[in-house]
Write a protein that binds this ligand. Structure first.
Ligand SMILES: Nc1ncnc2c1ncn2[C@@H]1O[C@H](COP(=O)(O)OP(=O)(O)OP(=O)(O)O)[C@@H](O)[C@H]1O
Ligand SMILES: [Mg+2]
Length: 253
């Protein structure tokens, strides 16, 4: 099981949209997908129909989670979602070492049952995110082409480099320009500047600002399943994202 974490210090940049679409894409490709919501529940709502009888905070306990009744998909794969729950807030009372250790041990129990684990995280720094980065194979960082988000790229890289000290296998899948308004000259110029400054760190993709993505998330469906012309471009971009992540992680398609 390959573990992919979606992380970015800034809120509202498209982390959950990316996590959901990577999970949908892998599921449709017949993979066995585990999704963990370590934020406040947006992804849990989008993937509500895939919730299994366990909650994300249990992954940080000594007891962990016994087994998961994953739903079988149309093909050989399945998707199981561990929803965010209120007890995640109690992690502030747990030591980082203990949280990391429990999360690692508990997640390892699912290693033979899933091909891909997608973990959505909250903005800012937190114990849950640190634990996720401690076990991850890869991290992807959606970034908006706005000043505050762009300034946050450096702190994202510091977070990744710190996580690598205890998890040397952690690979950086890149900065993902997200919610990009390609009709805005300012955003286009920001994107060019970010490419010049951080070229080597950029994922070779752009997710445009498209209302169909918000609509799809609200309906719990991938944007490529919306039957409207305006969703076509968004669907193509999100499929490219899924394809990129699976290829980078070596998850067979
Ligand atoms: N490419 C996009 N185009 C238009 N709207 C988008 C796009 N991606 C996400 N959205 C919408 O923008 C809002 C923020 O996106 P999302 O929830 O994915 O960000 P986030 O980084 O997970 O936020 P948070 O830090 O609050 O968890 C949501 O309402 C979502 O539906
Ligand atoms: Mg989110």
């Amino acid at each position: 099981m390959k573990v992919c974490v979606i992380a970015q210090g800034k809120g509202g940049v498209g982390k959950t949209a990316s996590a959901a679409h990577i999970a949908f894409y892998a599921h449709e490709a017949g993979q066995r997908v585990l999704v963990i919501d370590l934020d406040t529940g947006d992804l849990s709502k989008t993937l509500a129909e895939y919730q299994v009888g366990a909650i994300a905070s249990s992954l940080f306990t000594e007891e962990g989670i016994g087994s998961l009744a994953a739903k079988q998909g149309d093909n050989s794969g399945y998707l199981a979602m561990l929803p965010a729950d209120k007890l995640l807030a109690n992690l502030v009372f747990v030591s980082l070492e203990k949280a990391q250790q429990n999360f690692k041990v508990n997640l390892a129990r699912f290693a033979d049952h899933f091909d891909l684990c997608v973990i959505d995280t909250a903005p800012g720094l937190g114990i849950a995110k640190a634990a996720a980065l401690h076990v991850a194979d890869a991290v992807l960082s959606p970034v908006e082409m706005e000043a505050y988000s762009i300034e946050g790229i450096k702190s994202t890289m510091v977070t990744v480099l710190n996580a690598r000290k205890s998890n040397p296998k952690l690979s950086f899948l890149g900065i993902l320009p997200s919610r990009v308004d390609t009709r805005s000259p300012r955003q286009k110029s920001n994107l060019d500047q970010v490419r010049q400054a951080h070229g080597a760190l950029m994922a070779p993709l752009v997710i445009g600002l498209r209302s169909s993505i918000a609509e799809a998330l609200a309906h719990g469906r991938p944007v490529w399943k919306l039957r409207k012309t305006s969703a076509r471009a968004a669907g193509k971009e999100m499929r490219e994202l899924g394809d990129y992540v699976l290829a980078k992680l070596g998850v067979n398609q």
